[in-house]
Design a protein around this ligand. Structure first.
Ligand code: ASP
Ligand code: MG
Length: 417
């Protein structure tokens, strides 16, 4: 284990100048001497950049320019609010937005997407580095695209661990670093991304490569709770979570942790802390090499935006291995995430996560061979260690479309009532 430690701040924690000020305070108070800060884009910037790209693709230049101008202004206003009036920095931010105009229509969608959304993290980290300097904390601003190396697959690139490890160690100095989450560098130096909400994963990759002692993800919640407090009464803080349990919770959709985050952390035996940026002294969650979940209570995970896809064939011969293999091949190629599947004699049901690009792409590929029906707006509820109450509660939530039990996990796909 090394002396490095990692902090990750998400978009909600740096949505405005107060957010940056608070993050700087936390880095001052809890950071180590050798500290890497991984940052998301400010607030909902990634969504806005997606809308900007859509508008541009549709030829709606006026809409796209307005979106971009508003983003540029919000970032500049934030700098001013922080009392940073550095012309060089303002010019650097302008260059980031200006750079989006170099994104070419003839590039693939993925290429355009990655080149566009990366502006959010580049800009937010520029502001963070300046805010730290302003508070008397000198730091290195690091372009993560020369640290995290991936294949050339856009929008969900795969990490090349060996080259990433070497790149991070090369020229690494002691001290404080600020770098971007979510984005990475492809084989030809092009920008890639690791999937939406991927900044936790970025931080875990760097933590792994540096054998960091801890990674702290600063959140707007106390830690990982046993369920969504807006949904369930009596949720409790999970104070200690074994790696395996954390992987499962994230896999089933516990939104506080990105599913890919735990594995790189576990491989080192590092600890992952999930902690409140609003109230850092509150008890929080530690994910680590523990024997048991503490406290050992039922855990609830609810994922909305689920889509049910039914696949069948005209000749009622659906359930053949080749057909299933074909369906899964298409899902894997287009990036459709299957959360639950059920196979019957003449059709198969797949509960998948809504995705405005992946699902239409998969649909087009499957449409020639199969009959397809689709229902959107569903909710997938997963309960670990369900008790009597849990079963009753589930039945009242809506119409059950799919139900599955394995081990101590119950999953129900609901059409909300
Ligand atoms: N900014 C990116 C997103 O909104 C990555 C992240 O926040 O984790 O998806
Ligand atoms: Mg986020």
């Amino acid at each position: 284990m090394s002396h490095w430690s990692l902090f990750k701040f998400g978009g909600a924690s740096v949505k405005d100048a107060d957010g940056f000020r608070n993050a700087v305070r936390l880095i001052q108070a809890y950071g180590q001497r050798d500290q890497i800060v991984v940052l998301s884009a400010m607030g909902k910037t990634t969504n806005t950049l997606e809308s900007y790209l859509d508008a541009r693709d549709q030829g709606d230049i006026r809409a796209s320019e307005t979106l971009l101008k508003d983003l540029a202004m919000a970032h500049e206003d934030c700098l001013k609010d922080l009392g940073i009036l550095d012309d060089t920095l303002i010019a650097e931010l302008k260059a980031i937005w200006q750079g989006l105009r170099a994104v070419k229509v003839e590039w693939s969608y993925g290429e355009r997407y990655d080149a566009t959304v990366s502006a959010g993290e580049l800009a937010s980290t520029k502001i963070m580095a300046a805010a730290l300097e302003h508070a008397g904390l000198p730091c290195h601003w690091q372009d993560v695209r020369s640290w995290i190396q991936t294949d050339g697959r856009h929008r969900r690139a795969t990490v090349n661990w060996a080259t990433t490890q070497a790149a991070i160690h090369q020229g690494l100095q002691s001290g404080l670093y600020v770098t971007q989450g979510f984005i990475a560098g492809g084989p030809d130096g092009q920008t890639t991304t690791l999937g939406r909400e991927g900044s936790d994963y970025s931080a875990a990759i760097i933590a792994h490569c540096l054998k960091a002692k801890t990674l702290t993800i600063w959140k707007d919640v106390q830690g990982v709770m046993s369920g969504d407090p807006q949904l369930i009464d009596d949720v409790t803080l999970l104070s200690q979570i074994p790696y395996q349990e954390a992987i499962e919770l994230a896999f089933y959709g516990a939104s506080v942790i990105h599913p890919k985050t735990i594995q790189p952390i576990q491989r080192n035996g590092s600890q992952l802390h999930v902690r409140s940026f609003k109230d850092p002294e509150q008890p929080h969650t530690v994910i680590g090499d523990f024997k048991k979940l503490k406290p050992e209570v039922p855990c609830w995970i609810e994922e909305s935006d689920q889509v049910l896809i039914e696949v069948s064939t005209d000749d009622l011969s659906f359930l053949q291995e080749e057909h299933l293999a074909q369906v899964y091949r298409v899902f894997a190629d287009s990036g459709v995430m299957v959360n639950l599947a059920q196979h019957a004699a003449v059709s198969s049901l797949f509960c998948v996560r809504s995705d405005r690009v992946a699902i239409p792409e998969a649909f087009e590929a499957l449409d020639q061979s199969f009959n397809l029906t689709i229902e959107e707006g569903l909710v997938l509820t997963t309960v670990r260690r369900p008790d009597e109450d849990a079963h009753m509660w589930l039945a009242e939530r809506g119409e059950v479309l799919l139900e599955q039990h394995h081990g101590d996990v119950t999953q129900v796909l609901l059409r909300p009532s």
